[in-house]
Design a protein around this ligand. Sequence first.
Ligand code: ATR
Length: 280
Amino acid sequence: MILTAKAKVAGVMGWPVGHSRSPRLHGWWLDQYGIDGAYIPLAVPPDRVIDAIRALPALGLRGANVTVPHKEAALRACDRVDPVAKRIGAVNTLVVAEDGTIEGRNTDAFGFMASLKADQPAWRAEAGPAVVLGAGGASRAVLVALTDAGVPEIRLLNRTAARAEQLAAELGGPIRVMPWEEREAALSGAALLVNTTTQGMGGEPALDLHLERLPVTALVTDIVYIPLHTPLLTAAAARGNPIVDGLGMLLHQARPGFEAWFGQVPEVTPELRRFVLESL
Ligand code: ATR
């Protein structure tokens, strides 16, 4: 696509940034909708991230995504941070407003919930307790999403208990911390199981978890998407549980940014999934 002088430009800031799938994903949508625009990788080292963000309006960029390791630093660089990003403690989407000010948002919680709803429309937040494994950055977004969706009880378990306790204290709501050793007992009566740990990711051992006590009606999801079907999802599907893979969250979290920068609500389609999968 040949850009005009009016082209809308956005990008993704990371360090390194080469692993980011966002240019492929947004590039697909730009093509698909025939938009005069571009989405570029921006390799920004940690000591330049505040400068880089503050420079967005001067460069005429519409905004940017922010990825590892800049998501927390980005909070400090914005003129405004939306309430969800404040609660999650991280910004993944920057939007330059008409007046040149910069708004920080976090679309990971939206992406998580939109992916569940798209892949398993029958799932209801009120259906019962959710079990969330892990207490890292991704867990924060999942906990905010589940709390806001109205899940009645969230059982949070993490290998390092102190991190789970801290998250529960910060976020409040229906989160109940349980010891990591009790993760199998915690599955009793659950309506949702979410893995936010790195276990099961390519190169990592599988999550050490037997699913016997999990009701077969419970939805099982993993935020890991390489491999697409983690050992956890494979085991869950084999016993009849509905599953949602981690790719959906990646695709859906990108939608609000695309809409804000390029003025078009983008769709997550099977073709887009295939296109992004080819690069994994
Ligand atoms: P992210 O920000 O992507 O969520 P992270 O902050 O590195 O990543 O968190 C990784 C999560 O995987 C943590 O909950 C971590 O548990 P600890 O807080 O105890 O480190 C969890 N994790 C990593 N290796 C694990 C293992 N071998 N067994 C259980 N949990 C593990």
